[in-house]
Design a protein around this ligand. Structure first.
Ligand SMILES: Cc1ncc(COP(=O)(O)O)c(C=O)c1O
Length: 476
């Protein structure tokens, strides 16, 4: 592929792009139970216009487009106030949950170099339920992740295990409000108290929950504390592009005070170039997402968010109750908001996801840990309100279909096959495993059932390496 010799017409370009979309999931259908946070066309229309208005303005240099800084500061202050931070609490907008978490972890590491110089090789203690973004941060910034277990019934982080894992090198304790996978809030107060006792950094990942849970609290739902009212909490991440219903890429990273936040910033005057000084990982960036988030907050207002929260919570109760009543399915933990997961001991869940996909639903496969079984995830958002009965009816039919099918794929049989492939011919194990998974290396597989089952059966290190190599090939 080369750049076209001659520029093409807008109509032609748009037609081609539209045709590319044919294989994508239908974002606005209400049937995609992950990835989607759709506020509806009226709110989106306002956000889109604001976003496009700021498409070209750059957030690179705060002196050139002062309105960009103003918009950012207003969004950040609205979120700090919602999360009950005082005037000392500060923050910035980032491109998403991952950048917010990366920044907080880098900030903690650099803060420790000055304030805890006795820590030579920093360690972060986190539960298996914390988001993979923390592992990414560990890889990027040379922090050692120390994984601890969680309660197998409640899915809450095990604070006693966290205490036991603390060493002279421990720098950060992580809590989630809630963890994405099961939608369960960790005992944040206990984690923060422990952090304070030991002089550690406590980060609360409220990427998915910050806005929704705070609205729930204001509406009188029982929500345990997770925000800046807890003294030991050092930093909190909250995404605008999830339950803030803003367009991507928009998140907020917040710190207890400026003395912590200053280690996030980067300045450089050592080149022939301009003075580079900015708060985030990216330098040049569109101000569109900031304007989009600002417009969404203003368009919805608390009243709009409350209506969405009430509707999505009702929908979630219906779904959780309905799934609990299906023989062979088991909801994991007790979800604190509108996202959750369920498992099965009787049928292959990857086959169930595929059977649901044939019925135009997307349920998200998630894998097992030493403390929990593999499962399917459901994120309920504004656009999925009203679909619970249809989803449950299809789920009941799909479960029966698989139970009665002659093609049931037993995970334990595949586990045995995989371990034989590894032990009998280690040299060719990679290719043999990919072949077993039905992956040729070109394009996405027709069905995800076998590859997901194989991934579920592989040790992490091999699965991660295989996925990396596979993706490396796909992007050719
Ligand atoms: C709890 C939590 N933290 C972090 C992230 C990462 O966010 P992003 O995908 O915006 O980088 C997610 C994404 O789902 C999340 O749910």
């Amino acid at each position: 592929m080369h750049i076209p010799e001659q520029g093409r017409s807008k109509a032609e370009i748009m037609k081609q792009l539209e045709s590319y979309k044919a294989g994508d999931l239908p974002y606005h259908s209400g049937r995609i139970m992950a990835y989607v946070y759709d506020p509806g066309e009226e709110v989106l229309d306002t956000a889109r216009e604001a976003y496009m208005n700021y498409l070209c303005e750059s957030g690179l240099d705060f002196t050139t487009f002062p309105s960009v800084m103003r918009i950012e500061k207003e969004v950040v202050r609205m979120i700090i106030n919602l999360l009950r931070g005082d005037a000392e609490v500060v923050g910035n907008m980032t491109s998403g949950g991952t950048e917010s978490i990366l920044l907080a972890m880098k900030t903690a590491r650099d803060w420790a170099r000055v304030n805890r110089p006795e820590i030579k090789s920093p360690e972060m203690i986190l539960s298996y339920t914390a988001h993979p973004a923390f592992h990414k941060a560990c890889t990027y910034f040379g922090i050692k992740p120390v994984l601890v277990g969680f309660d197998r019934e409640t899915f809450q982080a095990d604070v006693a295990a966290m205490r036991a894992a603390i060493t002279d090198n421990t720098l950060i304790l992580v809590g989630s409000a809630p963890g994405y996978a099961q939608g369960v809030i960790d005992p944040i107060t206990d984690i923060a108290v422990l952090a304070q006792e030991k002089g550690l950094w406590c980060h609360v990942d409220a990427c998915v929950g910050g806005l929704h849970l705070s609205m729930m609290r204001k509406m009188g739902y029982p929500v345990p504390d997770f925000d800046f009212t807890i003294p030991g909490v050092t930093s909190i991440s909250t995404d605008m592009h999830k339950y803030g219903y803003a367009p991507k890429n928009a998140s907020v990273i917040m710190y207890r005070n400026r003395q912590f936040r200053k280690f996030q910033f980067f300045a450089c005057l050592q080149t022939t170039s301009y003075a580079l000084i900015n708060p985030t990982i990216t330098s040049s960036k569109t101000a569109g997402p900031m304007a989009g988030a600002w417009a969404t907050l203003n368009k919805l207002g608390e009243d709009g968010y409350r209506k969405i929260v009430a509707a999505t919570q009702d929908e979630t109760s219906k779904l959780v109750g309905g799934i609990r009543a299906i023989d062979g399915l088991r909801v994991l933990g007790k979800p604190d908001m509108c996202l959750f997961s369920f498992t099965s001991e009787t049928i292959n869940l990857f086959q169930l996801a595929e059977a649901m996909s044939r019925r135009d639903w997307y349920l998200q496969p998630q894998f097992s840990t030493p403390f929990s079984p593999y499962n399917l995830h459901i994120t309920v958002n504004q656009s999925s309100v009203g679909f619970a009965d249809a989803l449950l009816a299809d789920l009941r039919t799909a479960v029966e279909e698989i139970k009665n099918s002659a093609d049931q794929l037993d995970v334990e049989v595949v586990r045995k096959q995989v371990s034989e492939l590894i032990s009998q011919d280690p040299e060719h194990a990679r290719d043999n495993i990919l072949a077993l998974g039905g992956v040729s290396g070109e394009g996405l597989p027709e069905s995800m059932v076998m590859i997901n089952t194989v991934l579920e059966c592989l040790p992490y290190s091999i699965a991660e390496e295989l996925l990396t190599e596979y993706l490396n090939g796909l992007y050719q």
